[in-house]
Write a new protein. Structure first.
Length: 121
């Protein structure tokens, strides 16, 4: 199943904002960086509570929807976004229980890395 069919919401893009305004980049540690204020502006224009962006799933849905809007409007392919969509498609093969275990493990790894970082610094 193509995850993009499950992650589409109707969005509105404010004047002067484009997908490139996000400055989406893949960091050395595999995480992504982008301008959150741009995504918040899209959320507000779309009637989405900005506080919901703290939820990983909502953030992902908004990013994918923004990218789909971008592509429909003749925007160029963004390799970072293509990787995010591919990873989301890979996760759709797992059951809910398996996803909870994967995400729980990832969160524990993240917390361990933060703790190590705090000790080192």
């Amino acid at each position: 199943m193509d995850i993009s069919a499950l992650t589409r919401v109707e969005i509105s893009i404010p004047d002067g904002i484009s997908f490139d305004s996000l400055g989406l980049e893949l960091d050395d540690d595999g995480s992504i960086s982008f301008d959150i204020e741009t995504l918040e502006a899209v959320a507000l224009e779309s009637g989405i509570d900005v506080a919901l962006l703290d939820e990983g799933y909502v953030l992902q849905v908004l990013l994918i929807s923004f990218y789909q809007w971008h592509r429909v409007h003749n925007g160029e392919v963004n390799s970072v976004m293509e990787d995010i969509i591919e990873q989301a498609n890979d996760l759709s093969a797992y059951s809910d229980d398996e996803l909870i275990m994967i995400l729980g493990s990832a969160e524990m790894d993240k917390q361990a890395n933060v703790a190590i970082s705090q000790i080192v610094h």
